[in-house]
Write a protein that binds this ligand. Structure first.
Ligand SMILES: Cc1cc2nc3c(=O)[nH]c(=O)nc-3n(C[C@H](O)[C@H](O)[C@H](O)COP(=O)(O)OP(=O)(O)OC[C@H]3O[C@@H](n4cnc5c(N)ncnc54)[C@H](O)[C@@H]3O)c2cc1C
Length: 372
């Protein structure tokens, strides 16, 4: 069937072609589903995925995030071998600088990470300066560094998953928006799209920040709000090492990493004028580098900065994954596999039930503190 044709029915419909939808689609096919369709409103990767900085880290504070990261990192390490796609995974580490106030929480997280097998370590300001003399370190208490962390190219990961899924029979329809979820007696019965209806008993909703509006058409409330995040680039020729860790000033959220022959940098500010004092305070040589315009995209923020992943109680057959709060790209391998397993009634390798939206009904939230 040509990609522009809309199938009338499918075993599973995946809504949204970002990293998460692509991973879910791929894992559906490897789990034996021969009738999966991904519907993308625009083009593959056009949401947050193509805007991401590509960071991949095991340095989280939440135990499940750390465990998942170890597996995700293994998958990214093997990606080229498994999919024949170079994803540019540079394991040059994450260096996270913290002040006195944040240090105790980072020490606790480090202890937890180490107990789970993550080789993260604490550096004092002198050790940070030895690694990166261009940084200002006189007002930091230290930094954590983890050598297995790094960054890759999100679009390449997405394309790797989609190509493999297609080769296993999955269909991808772009330029087609899901306008509503269809239900029958409290179960999913299909989706209504801008090009017609598809009947299906199972929908995997991976529409990024836009999942909120799609879920609402079936009465499911997902507490996720969009947060705009900008990145910029520098001209080539900086004096920083080629193998640069993804370096973060935790208090301000300013971060940078190697991108081509220059740097990519970003933070919480919405304009170059606003980020300039924050950025040049920590990395003074930025003042001497030419700056190229970048882009902006959405973080999908959840109330406790942890993902929302699960199967709706009602309607039955609706699975969702959103609210990644700035770390959705790197969680795509394991989360996509989880969604596929749940959709097909298989026992998932990772139990991600702790991420279900019901945690906000009083059972307590699941805070992730290492949010950039
Ligand atoms: C500046 C920036 C830096 C980031 N850096 C990192 C990082 O370093 N590491 C990291 O892990 N994450 C990072 N993120 C977060 C990451 O980009 C997201 O968490 C991740 O891409 C989410 O993927 P997704 O597939 O869930 O959503 P998206 O990539 O947003 O994909 C959702 C797709 O659904 C489609 N869609 C929406 N509505 C509909 C509809 N009604 N019908 C059909 N299709 C629809 C959209 O067009 C879109 O393509 C960053 C984000 C930004 C903005």
């Amino acid at each position: 069937m040509a990609a522009r044709e809309l199938p009338r029915s499918a075993e599973v419909v995946v809504v949204g072609g970002g990293a998460m939808g692509a991973s879910a689609l791929y894992h559906l096919t490897t789990a034996g589903c021969r009738d999966a369709v991904l519907i993308e409103r625009d083009t593959l990767g056009s949401g947050s995925t193509s805007k991401a900085a590509g960071g991949i880290r095991a340095q989280f504070s939440d135990e499940l995030n750390i465990r998942m990261s170890l597996e995700n990192i293994r998958r990214f390490e093997r990606f080229e071998e498994d999919f024949g796609v170079d994803i540019g995974f540079n394991q040059w580490g994450y260096l996270i600088m913290v002040d006195e106030a944040s240090l105790p929480a980072f020490r606790d997280a480090l202890e937890l990470q180490n107990s789970l097998g993550v080789p993260s370590q604490l550096l004092d300001p002198d050790e940070v300066a030895e690694r990166l003399p261009q940084l200002r370190v006189d007002d930091i208490a230290g930094a954590t560094f983890c050598s297995i962390d790094g960054y890759a190219t999100p679009e390449s990961v997405l394309q790797g998953y989609v190509a493999a899924a297609r080769s296993h029979g999955a269909r991808v329809v772009q330029g087609c928006a899901v306008e509503g979820l269809l239900t029958d007696r409290a179960r999913i019965s299909g989706v209504r799209t801008s090009r017609g209806e598809i009947s299906t008993p199972t929908v995997i909703l991976t529409a990024g920040v836009w999942s909120v509006e799609v879920a609402a058409t079936a009465g499911l409330e997902l507490p996720v709000r969009p947060e705009v995040r900008h990145v910029w680039f520098t001209e080539p020729g900086d004096p920083l090492p080629r193998e640069l860790p993804l370096t973060i000033d935790f208090e301000t959220g300013f971060y940078f990493h190697r991108e081509g022959d220059g740097l990519l940098f970003g933070g919480r500010e919405a304009s170059l004028e606003e980020i300039a004092p924050v950025a040049t305070h920590r990395l003074p040589i930025l003042e001497e580098l030419g700056i190229r315009p970048g882009w902006w995209g959405y973080y999908e923020m959840s109330p406790d900065h942890n993902a929302l992943i699960g199967a709706a109680t009602e309607p039955v057959g609706l699975l969702y994954a959103t609210g990644f709060s700035g770390h959705g790209f790197q969680q795509a391998p394991v989360v996509g596999e989880y969604l596929a397993d749940v959709a097909l009634g298989r026992t998932p390798a990772f139990d991600l039930t702790g991420f279900a939206v019901e945690r906000f009904d009083g059972s307590g939230s699941k805070p992730e503190r290492h949010v950039v």
